[in-house]
Ligand binder design. Structure first.
Ligand SMILES: Nc1ncnc2c1ncn2[C@@H]1O[C@H](COP(=O)(O)OP(=O)(O)OP(=O)(O)O)[C@@H](O)[C@H]1O
Length: 208
């Protein structure tokens, strides 16, 4: 589970955010909707401790992670949080298989190629494992970044605008994949988006 309590953050005195409290339990999917500039990416980065909150707490499995050091936060992020970034970024010199394995390496976990193959089958990119990521379409790259986020069976999956550049068919597919896969591993799924197509796909929603 992931929960946020009284989270506040400022980029400057003029740019201050107070976020609503959020709880997303294991196997639950939560949609955070907000227009451009409302602070969706900022909130997601606070939840992953990529940004430090000015006030408030973030709990993962009931542990307050906000007091953790930078190194401790990085370790929690690597092992317990899977992040699907707004734009997938890959290491261009590595193939798809090695890009997915990289998340295990960063979490100091064994390089489980069988797990990558299993995820690639489920997510539909098994034929592309030996290709470079720049040889893949945007939808395929999005699915690879979902696999990378799932690789370490994290407690929490955070997805930033995972559908914004996808057509309707791929939009539905990616959301179903994210929901099914996070349910399979028992994770909490938090999706932030301005994509109104998703508003009927999630029972639990928060508006920014
Ligand atoms: N590093 C930064 N320094 C100063 N201001 C920033 C910084 N990053 C974001 N902002 C500002 O904070 C506000 C929220 O940004 P954020 O990226 O969280 O919004 P968003 O809701 O995710 O937007 P979008 O849907 O366009 O991605 C914006 O007005 C943005 O200009």
């Amino acid at each position: 589970m992931i929960a946020c309590h009284n989270l506040t953050f400022s980029y400057s005195p003029q740019k201050h955010f107070s976020f609503p409290d959020i709880v997303c339990n294991d196997r639950e999917a939560l949609l955070i909707l907000g227009q451009s500039g409302k602070g969706k990416t900022t909130l997601l980065h606070l939840m992953a401790l990529l940004l430090r909150p000015e006030g408030g707490q973030v709990f993962i499995n009931n542990q307050d992670i906000t007091p953790l050091s930078v190194a401790e936060a990085a370790a929690v992020r690597a092992s317990q949080i899977g992040i699907v970034y707004q734009r997938p970024h890959f290491v261009s010199s590595l193939n798809v298989m090695d890009n997915v394995l990289l998340s295990s390496y960063l979490a100091q976990k064994p390089q489980d190629k069988a797990r990558v193959k299993q995820l690639a089958e489920q997510l539909g990119f098994a034929d592309h494992l030996s290709k470079r990521t720049n040889q893949l379409s945007q939808g395929e790259q999005q699915r690879v970044s979902i696999a990378r986020a799932l690789m370490n069976n994290p407690a929490v999956i955070l997805a930033d605008e995972p559908t914004s550049s996808l057509d309707d068919i791929n939009c539905d597919k990616v959301i179903e994949l994210l929901k099914n896969q996070s349910e399979q591993i028992g994770a909490s799924l938090v999706v932030v988006t301005h994509d109104q197509r998703l508003k009927d796909a999630f029972a639990k929603q928060v508006k920014l």
